[in-house]
Design a protein around this ligand. Structure first.
Ligand SMILES: *Cc1c(COP(=O)(O)O)cnc(C)c1O
Length: 424
């Protein structure tokens, strides 16, 4: 059993529980692989941000690409969240979840005209624009509809978030944001366009950030820009600091959301910007530790150099290890029987790729039929899941106390072929 369990998860009677339900029972009832979420853990993670920003004008927009299942969105929307979206598909999900369109922020480097039109039609709160080319297109689309699009420019503060290169986004040489030195000029073009209305500025420097320093640096760089933009007579109503706060996967020690915001607000106040509306776009830190993926051990395959523990979840369900060599704790949901020897295993899935592993060199006492929990699987797992090898995506359940709700049925082979048109 792990020494430190995330919020919502406990150990009782030699078993792992999520709130008032045993994980073993969930696996038995609903089958595996199965994603299980604690609703209280999600609400508590949001509450830390709400405490941190208490008394300030603010909007927390959950970055829904982290986990876009409708019931997860509803949980956060009903608790007061807005949503940060990155596609037209996410916009439709957001609306289905009942979000107020004015609390939707549209991020991303490649919005299409169709996506822009739909977002303007429903009246979203802000477009975060990432290039001058996109700015012109958005302005023209809005003007053509007789509207002015609310815009914020995503600036690239050129700070190193000290995270994995694939999830670092605030450095000069990556595709995100407008380079620091081009920002004022871009704002002048936005302010001059009859189809645009400047409302804010934003940045997002990376993901799984475990230190406060990069945020504090980014804030300084952002406030320098706000000062320069406003000196040109363009008002900035809101400042959006993006998301990116990390979670504990394996002994990581990110600051808590409220502690981080205490430090950031102190800096904002010191520089005289404490009265501005603050927007944030947290994703992982709201849902990552609130979910686990349950998987059954199918076969054990000991070898000369490596022992393989083959489970029924795979890279199509949990793509993070294959994509970023990410670490997820993997633990038995029941204390193993005393006569089960502990060995070092590579935990792998059935997909036909050597990259299909979930954990390497894990010390586990396991037998076929045992159920394992892949921890911290609430973010960037189900939302990144694929149907590779024609594997249906897993089912999902949301637990609140002793109440269990199936929020997504397991996909069947029929589901997977539904939109195809075979030759006659
Ligand atoms: C992905 C993303 C986020 C959320 O990042 P997390 O690391 O999950 O908090 C926020 N804003 C933008 C623009 C993003 O692309």
């Amino acid at each position: 059993m792990p020494t430190q369990l995330p919020d919502g998860f406990t150990e009782r009677d030699q078993q792992l529980w999520v709130e008032g339900v045993s994980l073993q029972a969930l696996a038995q009832t609903h089958g595996t692989p199965l994603f299980v979420y604690s609703q209280a853990a999600i609400i508590n993670a949001l509450a830390a941000y709400q405490r941190g920003l208490y008394g300030r004008r603010h909007l927390i927009c959950y970055a829904m690409k982290a986990n876009s299942s409708l019931a997860i969105l509803q949980t956060l929307v009903r608790a007061g969240c807005g949503l940060d979206i990155v596609s037209g598909g996410e916009l439709e999900r957001a609306l289905r979840a009942g979000v107020e369109p004015s609390k939707v922020i549209f991020s991303g480097v490649g919005k299409t005209r169709t996506e822009m039109r739909r977002a303007l039609d429903v009246g979203i709160g802000c477009f975060n624009v990432e290039s001058v080319a996109e700015l012109e297109v958005l302005g023209d689309v809005a003007q053509g509809m007789g509207l002015r699009a609310p815009v914020s420019l995503r600036v690239n503060p050129n700070v190193d978030a000290q995270t994995h290169p694939y999830i670092s986004t605030g450095l000069k040489d990556n595709k995100f944001g407008i380079a620091h030195e081009d920002v004022v000029g871009a704002y002048q073009r936005a302010a001059a366009h009859p189809g645009l209305r400047v409302v804010g500025i934003d940045c997002h420097i990376g993901s799984q950030i475990t230190q406060a320093a990069p945020y504090l640096d980014a804030m300084d760089r952002m406030l320098d820009l706000v000062q320069a933009i406003e000196a040109c007579g363009i008002a900035i109503e809101h400042i959006d600091f993006g998301g990116g706060l990390g979670i504990d996967y394996h002994g990581d020690t990110p600051p808590s959301a409220d502690a981080l915001w205490q430090a950031l607000l102190a800096k904002l106040d010191a520089r005289g910007y404490g009265e501005r509306t603050i927007c944030i776009e947290p994703g992982r830190s709201l849902v990552g530790n609130a979910g686990v993926c349950l998987t059954e051990v199918l076969y054990l395959k000991p070898g000369e150099h490596k022992n393989f523990c083959i489970v029924d979840a795979a890279m199509n369900d949990l793509p993070r290890p294959a994509l970023y060599q990410a670490y997820h704790q993997i633990v038995p949901v029941q204390t193993p029987k005393a006569d089960t020897p502990a060995l070092t295993w590579d935990v792998v899935g059935p997909v036909c790729e050597s990259g299909d592993w979930l954990g390497r060199d894990r010390e586990l006492a396991v037998r076929p039929g045992d159920c394992l929990a892949v921890m911290s699987a609430g973010a960037y797992c189900m939302s990144m899941a694929s149907n590779y090898n024609t594997r249906g995506r897993a089912a999902e359940v949301l637990v609140a106390g002793e109440r269990v709700q199936v929020i997504r049925e397991r996909e069947s082979a029929e589901d997977l072929m539904r939109s195809e048109r075979p030759l006659s």
